[in-house]
Ligand binder design. Sequence first.
Ligand code: MLT
Ligand code: MN
Ligand code: ZN
Length: 305
Amino acid sequence: MKVHILGSGAGGGFPQWNCYCHNCDGFRKGKLHAKARTQSSIAISDKVGTNWILINASPDIRAQLLNAQALQPARKVRDSAIDGVILVDSQIDHTTGLLMLREGNKLPLYCTQSVYEDLTTGFPIINILASYCGTEFHEIKMGASNAFNIPSLPHIRFIAIALEGKAPPYSPHRQSPTVGDNIALFIHCEHSNKSLFYAPGLAKIDEVIFPWMQQADCLLLDGTFWQEDEMKVNDIADKPAASMGHLLQSGANGMINHLNKLPDKRKILIHINNTNPILDEDSAQRKELSQAGIEVAEDGMVISL
Ligand code: MLT
Ligand code: MN
Ligand code: ZN
């Protein structure tokens, strides 16, 4: 299977349009050794790479597709390589790109009941799309017993794993978390017998999540924040990182320490927030990641599994 990283940034991307934090300002002034990043989305294909499924649809999808030749099939005057979209939550950065796909054919949409509810109530983009291309809803249910395939990628199997974490502010379940608000995906390719564990929003690694990570050959994980007071030290907000449903990289119970227990895998962070010091390729934090064998995803990166 091929995994194309369309967008490796968190909500807002990097640099964020209205942000003058150390990273965003430094990048614009050419003072930072860093790469720009669009908002969180990946695409998955089989080994041939002609049919793709999007996992999350970013508001930056137009620019992302312009930069992804493999997803531009050009077989007829109007054409798309996207055979469907899987959503891991109903956040703005993961769903708004659906609106940008309105010129296409009816869109197969794979998401949980809870995400479907959000996108037909608090953020009703599915209702809006009904006046354009329309969507074909396929409900995602949790666990290996509900593994599913996408018809054009029959050799790739998807398993959804429920994650703790909040639904977005506009969700009817914001104050009453529901199973399916946030999921991780375990994606297995029968051709290669290799698998990917994808969780761009991961609040906690516990005894349910860790065994899935152990089984995967490649981990593509939440790289949002380095430290708890990252928004505060950048004078942006007094919002602790943990309250936003993202596991920190640093600290005794942080991502790096968890990943140190999994030495024989490819480990890549994705959904990097613009405040995160790991965006600076010369930073001590980025060096610490490299020493731990952890990569940082970039837009346009392709992973073959
Ligand atoms: C998140 O995952 O926390 C989001 O990136 C927040 C947002 O898009 O506003
Ligand atoms: Mn996000
Ligand atoms: Zn910034």
